[in-house]
Ligand binder design. Sequence first.
Ligand code: NBP
Length: 481
Amino acid sequence: MASSAARAQIGVTGLAVMGSNIARNFAKHGYTVALHNRSVAKTDALLAAHGDDGDFVRTETIAEFVAALEKPRRVLIMVKAGDATDAVIEELADAMETGDIIIDGGNALYTDTIRREAALRARGLNFVGAGISGGEEGALNGPSIMPGGPAESYESLGPLLESIAAQVDGTPCCTHIGPDGSGHFVKMVHNGIEYADMQLIGEAYHLFRAALDLDPKQIADIFTQWNSGDLESYLVEITAEVLNQVDAKTGKPLVDVIVDAAEQKGTGRWTVKSALDLGVPVTGIAEAVFARALSGARGQRAAAVGLAAGELAAKPSDIAQFTEDIRQALYASKVVAYAQGFDQIAAGSAEYGWNLTPGDLATIWRGGCIIRARFLNRIKEAYETDPALPSLILAPYFRNAIETAIDSWRRVVSTATLLGIPVPAFASSLSYYDALRAERLPAALTQAQRDFFGAHTYERIDAEGKFHTLWSEDRSEVAAG
Ligand code: NBP
């Protein structure tokens, strides 16, 4: 620790778990880090516990904090998203100068980032909304970082962020995403995909228990085995660890003593709301968000226990075959969830004029973040081969993978249905796939109905233009103006 001459290369304000760990990560990489927190106690606690990690500058006020930084100043805000972020930005902006850079590393809603970037640009300041994934462990040892904002600011900021990010095959899991809110938008969709991935893993686990009567330890062994194949990923790895955990108090598997009501902080919901606005079907993510909501409706669920199940089928007798079916269903459904997430990113990019590069995202999600997976190498390759892929599902690798998985996928969804086991994400992903590949959809009927009650018109398969049937007259067809 040293005096507060203007020598710190980066400042971090907001020293709760995320901010502290990122500050330590910068310090471990040889940067001098100015520290600030609203309540000084957190700054001192960090210095007491980890002051030896590197060169820190302790500050108490925003004025001291800003004065401790080299120009152009770079300040990373790691406070609670929402009003707290606005309050901190306001205080900082008053103390900073033209050309300085304010980075918001919190989980901001991307529309807030768009608003903040425009307001700060008007004041001559660079604002970078940076999505950061990887939780506290990632923050300390290498997160995946998704910085948006002005490209010029990345010239000065990029090398710092890239050095503290996770590295995969020598490539940092950090790149400039695009203008204004694009970094937080992409982080939001990343979190949506994370919701879908977790839900799919949950459904696989539930099938093992309810359809095959396996216990958590046996299921942990299966996930461990899966983690050495195509499904290798952080979430599959930690699932095995979680399922192996025994509760010290009862001696039961920990998963059996945890209340089965999933909570959510909101980024999954944001993803679905944004997808609705953009008109992108992110069915896997939406099912995951709704599945958490349903699990949380504890009163309703308690009242509904014992409702008729109907006649249920016999459980699968070939455990090895059904285990393989579940693996294939998980993989195929995962491809759908990612395909939908990438569609949403493409739609957001078009809507806001961001010009995003999907392959870059697959590259920086390969390490550091919660959805890191072997599979992302394949997505990276798919977009490198064809940056304009209409859907990830159409990339040869994934097309073939689904072709291999399709029979298993159908067996899993139909077996689950016949056993009364809910698999909303597996089933909706399969329906999405079937709808995407269908030559005709019932949407023609929808259009006719809309024309019937609202004269909303329709297009014909054999003529240009819009048409309307005179439903309440002689039912002849007229060209619509
Ligand atoms: P929290 O989200 O719990 O925020 C606590 C920090 O915000 C403390 O430093 C607190 O200061 C500060 N703060 C608050 Br609350 N209100 C403030 C205000 N009005 N003015 C100034 N400071 C204020 O911390 P976290 O879990 O470390 O997360 C930080 C950010 O990173 C969040 O936006 C979060 O969404 C995001 N994020 C978290 C994770 C994760 O895994 N936890 C992952 C990725 C991103 P105080 O000490 O004085 O109360």
